[in-house]
Design a protein. Sequence first.
Lengths: 409, 272
Amino acid sequence: MNPKVLGIALSDISTGLIFYPDDEALTFPTVISKKKNEDAWVVGEEAYALALDGKGIITDKLLKLTRKNGIATIDGTRYKGRDILKLFFKEIIQVGMEKLYKEKPEEVVIALAGLDQNIMRDIREAFVGLGYQPNHIHIISKEESFIYFVLSLKKDIWNNRVGMFDLSDVSLTYYEMLANRNARKLFVSAESENMDEAFNLQILSNPSGAKLADKILTSVAEKVMDKKQFSAIFLTGQVFSEHDWAENFISFLCSRGRVYLDTNIFAKGAAFKGVDLANENSIYNIVATCEGRLKSDIYIDVVSGGKEAKIYLGKAGDFWNEPTTELLLVPDNSEIIDINVVSVDGKDKKNIPILLDFLPKRPIKTRRIFLKSSFLNNKIMNLEIADAGFGDMYPATDAKRNIEVSIWD
Amino acid sequence: MGLILCENLRTKNPFHIEVLSLNIYSFEELCYIIYENPILVTEGIVSDELVDFIENELGLSALAEGIRRKKSNGVDDTDILVYIIDSCDLYNNAESILFRNAVAKIKKMSVWEVGKQRADYMFYIGRYGVAKKYYLEILDMEKKADNNFVGSIYHNLGVTYANLFLYEEAYDAFKKSYELTSDEVILMEIYFLKRIFDSEGKKKKSAEINDAFKEDLMVEAKKAFDIAVSGIKDGDRLKYIDHIFNMEDKEEKKKMISEYIKKLKSDYRNMK
């Protein structure tokens, strides 16, 4: 039985919605208007229309407003960015459910670029406030939704490198994905690059502007794709729905691989991710390394149950915002803790020694420490090491150290 | 050995080791105490309470079951302690062998040697009352060792009495020890005893002590005592007390004095 999943692609420009198992998508400009003197809100094109009629007060750039803990004063009331974002989610889901006659989804997956702890917390809280269970709210990067979108297609599409251009009014982003299978799992990596060559889409309204845009895109494609071959290249963004203007660009892409167009890749990818999460056993069974996910294994060597063992503080493909690891350890006669970092392909290795010189002096077997690890992002790990004491013999002191460890320089 | 992973738990009901006046909350603490104090085996540490603690509080059912099985098969308590140490990650193989050797040494000892080590251990941890009881038990044993051994028991008993501020009893024990061993060091200790408890020579044993000393030994003993006193004056303990009394912050001073007195009282109560 198909799970009911809501996939959302969120950006400051537009927001796409997919109510899986249907693949019909809704796209809204990410704006909201409050009807003057009424406690009612409208979103997307309707919000623009209301504002143009002078009957509503429009708020845009909702993600940016939330990220900077901004406040918008609307109709004399001060609203926090995250509260407006919550109202926006409420309205778009309501519109979506009305238009597509859908029930409340079991899983919600939101894809966005630029994941950080604060925005993830705010989005999560917004959905919790709308009545969704925290363990059914998932926030992923656009890179990850790209991976899930591509992997949902036939294998010949992703048996080699896969590229993608995402063009919107304010940004041009190039994505690249590569899948490698080893004996156990499918390792999939995705990276993205925001290109400086982004342009205002209004230039497409005249032939010379369109020609210039085609030239810019072709030049960017030549640069980022170099001499690489691709099994597929995707174009996404509403602007590509009419692509006559990009003749040279598309011609270049066709010389490198098959070219596909889909304007809702991120929302679909988010929905496929949700389907995977809703299944008891993963459909895709992959280790994904991309924004939001660790790109390395991070572990310490310990002695446990009479044997040497590795304790993973994080594994390649793990979401870095997942719960922290908490351990109780005796360093014995060692004055350091060695943090080992190994890249997903095993080729790059790094050892990070953490000094324990701040611990109180006492018999080595009684130096018991509490180690708590968490990740601030996929590059920085936070370690909290504190004296845990040794029962009544050596009560815990306040010796403690917080260390930010750079996983890769 | 590298990092040792411990179980992250806090037991609700700790295991109490009476002779040490100590609560044990984790498997690592239990192993550490056993490893550092193998003589505890003579204090009946291997008990049903210990097995229940291991099973119910530490959640180590397999270990608890193993101990029960060994006990029912008549395995010696010392070997059960070795079994516990071997089950713990806190000690590697080399350290475990050292513990086995220490335990084997205890097993090879005669009954009065074990008794002396047990009593010495109680003295070492400041349980002077228990130490006194154990020394007297050895002296009551029918099968006696040689004079030197019995003399050493009387000597340690004398030191124990001195720590319990029992001057007369300490003197009698030292005297018996000297009679058995003829060790002049004991005479020196008797001199120390007199100087500490009877500096003005008013007590009835004083004349007896003076008679026992040859003049050159008396000079040597006096010199040794003065050096010892000066060592105490320069010691960390007096420096710490000076530091407390020189503190300017009255509240902090009061707190430190109170804590220090509390510790002295606790040590005194533990002497039992």
